[in-house]
Design a protein around this ligand. Structure first.
Ligand SMILES: Cc1cc2nc3c(=O)[nH]c(=O)nc-3n(C[C@H](O)[C@H](O)[C@H](O)COP(=O)(O)O)c2cc1C
Length: 137
C-alpha cells in the first residue's frame, strides 16, 4: 500500500561538473534512510532514473532532484502506485555507459539504441531498465 514508482529522464548539464561517485554516495545515504530504492542509467549524456518507495518519500526526493543544477530538461515520464517494487535490491543501482550489451538491450525493446525516452512508453523503458539491472548483479 502507498508504494509509488516514478520514472524520469534528463540530460546532463554540460556547464556543471558531475562527480558520479559523490552523487551515488548521496543517493545511498538519503534513499536508504527513506527506504527508497531504484536504478539510475547514465549513458554519459542523459539520465534515466526510477525511484520506488512511499509516496511522500519519492515525492520529496524527486523535488530535490528536479531542482539540481547538474541536469536539465527533466521530463517526468510516469508516476504511479504499484503493488511491488521492481528494483528492491539497491538504494540506487547505477548502470553507466552504452556498451554492446547495453545497446542490445535497447534494441530488444526499441527500433534503435538511441531512442528518445520522451517518445516511447514508460513500460518499455522499465523493461529496458529491468534488463540493465540484471547486469548489475
Ligand atoms: C541524475 C541525478 C540523480 C539523483 N538521484 C538522487 C537520489 O536518488 N537520491 C538523492 O537523495 N539525491 C539524488 N540526487 C541528488 C539531489 O539532487 C540532491 O543533490 C541531494 O538529494 C541533496 O542531498 P543532501 O542534502 O543530503 O546533500 C540526484 C541528482 C542527479 C543529478
Amino acid at each position: 500500500m502507498n508504494l509509488t514508482r516514478l520514472v524520469y529522464y534528463s540530460q546532463r548539464n554540460p556547464s556543471v561538473s558531475m562527480n558520479m561517485p559523490e552523487l551515488m554516495k548521496t543517493c545511498h545515504r538519503n534513499n536508504s534512510g527513506m527506504n527508497v530504492t531504484g536504478i539510475l542509467h547514465y549513458n554519459g549524456n542523459a539520465f534515466l532514473q526510477v525511484l520506488e518507495g512511499g509516496r511522500a518519500e519519492v515525492s520529496s526526493i524527486y523535488h530535490r532532484i528536479a531542482a539540481d543544477q547538474r541536469h536539465i530538461n527533466i521530463i517526468l515520464i510516469n508516476c504511479s502506485d504499484v503493488r511491488e517494487r521492481m528494483f528492491p535490491t539497491w538504494s540506487m543501482g547505477l548502470h553507466e555507459g552504452m556498451d554492446d550489451a547495453t545497446k542490445g538491450i535497447f534494441l530488444r525493446y526499441f527500433a534503435s539504441n538511441n531512442v528518445n525516452p520522451e517518445t516511447v512508453s514508460a513500460e518499455s523503458l522499465l523493461d529496458v531498465l529491468q534488463d540493465l539491472s540484471a547486469e548489475l548483479n
